[in-house]
Design a protein around this ligand. Structure first.
Ligand code: THU
Length: 137
């Protein structure tokens, strides 16, 4: 189901999941972003005693990639400590949409459960149709 490149990306997401800081929800998530020139940047969720301050793994990975100078994201892999593949929350979909608009390409989203046995692959445009954008009429 996944090619070699996708498997490697998911492995990077898994490494990040090991670094998740989720003492409140116990729900660990890791993500890894792939750029068009082959660079990989990962991220993990980072929670807070003030629950609403939690940051999702996807947004950590995307913002870290930006600081690394990555302008075009091709793909993101997400893995969660769950039985079912973890799907990005609405806010993360919108943030991914910004990354997608910026480089004018759709982003592949690979979603996995904890043991990598259940995997879903979708394009961001399928996960977030009619996303908000200033350009849309
Ligand atoms: N979380 C993510 O990191 N990514 C998602 O796509 C869904 C939710 C995190 C946020 C919070 O730390 C925990 O999972 C439970 O919601």
């Amino acid at each position: 189901m996944l090619n070699e490149r996708e498997e490697k990306l998911l492995e990077e997401a898994e490494h990040a999941m090991d670094r998740s800081y989720a003492p409140y929800s116990q729900f660990r998530v890791g993500a890894a972003v792939l750029s068009s020139d082959g660079r990989v940047v990962n991220g993990a969720n980072y929670e807070n005693a003030s629950y609403g301050c939690a940051i999702c793994a996807e947004r950590v990975a995307i913002t870290r990639a930006n600081v690394e100078g990555i302008k075009d994201v091709v793909s993101i892999a997400i893995i969660g400590s769950s039985d079912a593949p973890v799907t990005p929350c609405g806010a993360c979909r919108q943030v991914l949409f910004e990354a997608s608009s910026r480089c004018n390409r759709d982003i592949e989203v690979i979603m996995s459960n904890s043991n990598r046995q259940k995997i879903r692959k979708m394009m961001l445009s399928e996960l977030l149709p009619f996303a908000f954008s200033f350009e849309r009429k």
